[in-house]
Design a protein around this ligand. Sequence first.
Ligand code: PBG
Length: 325
Amino acid sequence: MLFPDYRARRMRATPNFRRLIRETSLSQDDLILPLFAVEGRAVKKPIASMPGHFQLSKDYLVDLAKQAKDVGIPAIILFGVPDKKDPLATRAYAADGIVQKTVACIKDAVPDLAVITDVCLCGYTDHGHCGVVEKGIIDNDASLDLLARTALSHVRAGADMVAPSDMMDGRVTEIRQALDEEGFSHVPIMSYAVKYASAFYGPFRQAAASAPQFGDRKTYQMDPANAVEAIREATMDIEEGADIIMVKPALAYLDIILRLKQEIDLPIAAYNVSGEYSIMKAGEIMGWVDAKEMVMETLTAIKRAGADMILTYSAIEAAKYLEDR
Ligand code: PBG
């Protein structure tokens, strides 16, 4: 089709025409809100690197969970910030751990909201790594049992879905087995299958106090240069029993989301991570960009690339924008 027979601007001329030819639609249904839980009452500790986000005690979390539900968000994902850390991440799988107590409380107050829990050890180990450390090395197989115990304890407390983010090999099998054996075969696993070793997690590590105390995460998280490996990681987790495959971060990895969409047939989640949020917030605070337009454009782009759902710190503001549209 060539000009002047085809004029691309004809169908762009009015809002109604634009609505008719819009290829991607973002909705509240697509959003998952990440939240950080701490011990105590009436605790609302600002996360300096993530303006608008806080470490919250369960009373505040219940309020926020209600708000999320009221604006039409189907799910939250919960991260715990424990009081104590040790080499074996004991508080990650304690029945009275921070996530376990908070899940029970939120499910009780807002039963219609899905509560997903992040399953990892890094926030609970004193060394800050996502697995058990033996002689300075992250021991894959020794970590699996602890991860499975953590997932199981979350589900026992009422979690609707578990999301392992540790990147140890074989953890989906181990978690699936542990859940099935206890009669939780109906509880799905959202696997952080394709998780890159990314600088964009910086603000999160402040929020969750989970930065590694030595070295980095490059022996378990993926090299940002790799794409074919993403297919291998996703395929492995699908065979192990994952129900949802996650790509993380989202924005620098839209090509990976698209490739997976074309190659796998499970739902794909994309994590619009802390650094992506913080950079945009900084631009908003400086008055350099239109925050509303930028958030909606970003989330639409992630969806357009092939994500079926998006974990985003902008979930509540985006849901509100969508509501008044
Ligand atoms: C824990 C975990 C991380 C994130 C989610 N789960 C951090 C990391 O791997 O260091 C990052 C989330 C974000 O940056 O928003 N393993």
